[in-house]
Design a protein around this ligand. Sequence first.
Ligand code: HEC
Length: 118
Amino acid sequence: MTRRVLAILAFAGLLTGSPALAADGAKTFQLQCKTCHGAKSTPMGPSLAGVAGRKIAGLADFKYSAGLTAKAGATWTDANLDAYLAAPAKFAPGTKMMTGVANPADRAAVVAYVKALK
Ligand code: HEC
């Protein structure tokens, strides 16, 4: 398991040019996201595996709020991930997700990590 995580982080580092960034993001993710976002969708939250480049509110196995579904025409680009995590209710008024990551550096790191989830 640890090896797999390390492999994912190494891969993320290759893509972003910053292994340290994704590694910092992994820590933040464990602390602030993992309770609701696992490998599979649960009633707590949708799976984030492959979320980068996916349609917003795009999984069939999760019941999204009307707020996030209103954004469903768009894609999870870096900019949209950043904006949602900066201020979830501002990006998608009515979203069920309340938690964001206020600090821009922490947010960039968690986005780098989330983008590597496959
Ligand atoms: C308390 C539970 C909870 C926590 C903690 C949480 N989320 Fe969420 N997240 C959700 C829920 C619920 C949704 C669906 C929101 C909706 O339908 O409005 C969601 C949606 C998302 C989406 C959009 C997924 C999609 O399929 O469109 C992303 C990206 C995301 N969360 C990232 C994160 C990150 C990164 C963190 C940690 C910083 C985090 N979330 C923390 C519950 C949570």
